[in-house]
Design a protein around this ligand. Structure first.
Ligand code: TEU
Length: 525
């Protein structure tokens, strides 16, 4: 991992810090907790950790509302706890990246307090202030991602401010060079401390239309969809000017050797790939969320992979994600059996995989009673199924009362099957999903999987087959996405040794035709 392009070969693992490991008995995870679990992460075999926000925050959006970019929230520890975590991660050869949230601050951030204090405040244009529309009402029709108008009236100075998310998350004005300079210094602060890079929150949101034109209606909107779907985000996101800004951000990161910039971007593939930037001077990895959103169907997956491979700019490195703290868990989305197939897909595709904590134990969405909801989006738009608490529940380490996560009542409930679905139990079971993840991660250590080319082979019914090749070495991956057995015909001279089955009960040579059982995936070498 000393290679400057280490991020191409790495497996990333996302930690939602509130839910990984509590070390001080308050029911919320923290940095010392993560540090205690570094040996687990090494045992699992991942290479790099991304930690969701750990900075001071009123927690209106659980840390994505930051009131101080250069410190640690006391819930999670302090700067010395962070330094200790970073040092121990590095000692073990693990990289560590942070979550950078540049689009908006907390409304409690001193910058916003100052900005809102008066129209003449020197920080007024650090945020996006506008007069009401002629007549009255908000300056335009933009909708908040969490429901309602994206404009909040501020009585004090008689203007509206813009917030793409909660009203407690005012958007910064990235057209202001002072904002840019201040935020680049935030990056330097952490880079100097030794972090290996950043995942950048909603990077495609940073620039808005200079004229603040109304967004057009979304013809695909259906009743029951969240409010944000009413409009196409034509003028509020993905503006051409954003790329110049990302190039600046990248240049800051490049002041330090071997760091990585990953962008959170929900856009169609042809728009997504523009975030590699001209001459690849943008993000190293624009997160590719196609698998998070895909219908779980062989031909569809084959199409997604091929279109993505074809759309990549020359030299652009691919990446894949199955889940994150905003989306239903993979095991709930595709089911327990297919979760194993999904793991094989994620870890055998060409490009950097990012895992979401808990997916390796097959953790499912945990139902949250309406009156127990914590996620502000769920509270703003109840009953639509937008709540993100179910996928943020504590990691399950063992069968003890707090699942080894905490000695106190966890901030979100454990899944009811934690007595069986936990690391201690599954690590002992050679056929568990956890054992499968370890085997896949170990297999991925081969240059064949880390670096090899991808070639589509077949996608019919429930069968998805593709090949990987590197310096004369070949693998075939055959996945059964359904619950009926499938006869697979291998091409002449194809690799014919089943080196790994998702059922973890096969190590055999096959010839010509072999049977793929229900919900089984295999790697042939
Ligand atoms: O998420 C941004 C974001 O746009 C998604 O939640 C989005 O609404 C949806 O998934 C797109 O289909 C980031 C963080 O990951 C999220 O946790 C924060 O709430 C949000 O930004 C605001 O910072």
């Amino acid at each position: 991992m000393n290679d400057p392009n280490w991020w191409q070969q790495a497996i990333f693992y996302q930690i939602y810090p509130r839910s990984f490991q509590d070390s001080n008995g308050d029911g919320v995870g923290d940095l010392d907790g993560i540090r205690r679990r570094l040996d687990y992460l090494c045992w699992l075999g991942i290479d790099a950790i991304w930690i969701s926000p750990i900075f001071p925050s009123p927690m209106a959006d659980f840390g994505y509302d930051i009131s101080d970019y250069c410190n640690i929230h006391p819930l999670f520890g302090d700067l010395s706890a962070f330094d200790a975590l970073l040092a121990e991660a590095h000692q073990r050869g693990l990289k560590l990246i942070l979550d950078f949230v540049p689009n908006h601050t907390s409304s409690e951030h001193p910058w916003f307090r100052e900005s809102r204090s008066s129209r003449d405040s020197p920080k007024r244009d650090w945020y996006i202030w506008r007069d009401s529309a002629p007549g009255a009402g908000p300056p335009n029709n933009w909708v908040s991602n969490f429901g309602g108008s994206a404009w909040e009236w501020d009585e004090e100075a008689g203007q509206y401010y813009y917030h793409a998310f909660l009203k407690e998350q005012p958007d910064l004005n990235w057209r202001n060079p002072k904002v840019r300079a201040a935020m680049y210094d935030v990056l330097r602060f952490w880079l100097k401390r030794g972090v290996d890079g950043f995942r950048v929150d909603v990077i495609w949101h940073l620039m808005k239309d200079e004229q603040f034109r109304d967004n057009p209606a979304n013809p695909g909107y259906q009743p029951g969809d969240p409010a944000i779907r009413r409009l196409l985000q034509l003028y509020s996101t993905d503006q051409p000017e954003v790329h110049q800004l990302i190039a600046e951000m990248r240049a800051v990161v490049d002041e330090f050797p071997s760091r990585v910039l990953i962008g959170e971007i929900y856009l169609p593939i042809e728009r997504l790939v523009t975030y590699y930037g001209d001459d690849l001077r943008g993000t190293h990895l624009p997160f590719n969320f196609q698998l998070i959103e895909a219908a779980w169907q062989a031909r569809n997956l084959a199409r997604i992979i091929s279109e993505y491979e074809a759309a990549l700019p020359r030299g652009g490195w691919p990446n894949w994600v199955l889940g994150n703290h905003d989306k239903p868990r993979i095991a709930s989305r595709v089911g327990r059996e297919q979760a194993r197939v999904a793991a094989m897909l994620l870890l055998t595709l060409r490009g950097t995989p990012t895992m979401y904590y808990g997916d390796e134990i097959g953790l499912e969405d945990v139902p949250i009673a309406p009156d127990e909801a914590q996620d502000p989006w769920e509270k703003n738009e109840p009953g639509l199924g937008v709540g993100r608490d179910p996928q943020r529940t504590p990691m399950q380490w063992d069968a003890s009362p707090g699942a080894g996560f905490s000695t106190a009542k966890p901030w979100l409930p454990l899944s009811s099957d934690f007595g069986l679905r936990n690391v201690a139990v599954l690590a002992e079971d050679p056929q568990s999903i956890l054992s499968l993840y370890r085997r896949l991660i170990a297999l991925r250590a081969r240059p064949l999987f880390r670096l090899g080319s991808y070639s589509p082979m077949d996608a019919e019914g429930d069968l998805l087959i593709y090949g990987r090749e590197h310096e004369g070495e070949r693998a075939i991956i055959a996945l059964n996405l359904g619950s009926n057995p499938i006869h697979v015909h291998l091409p002449m001279e194809a690799p014919n040794h089943i080196a790994l089955s998702t059922h973890l009960d096969r190590d055999e040579k096959v010839s010509g035709t072999f049977l793929l059982r229900a919900n089984e995936g295999v790697v042939l070498l």
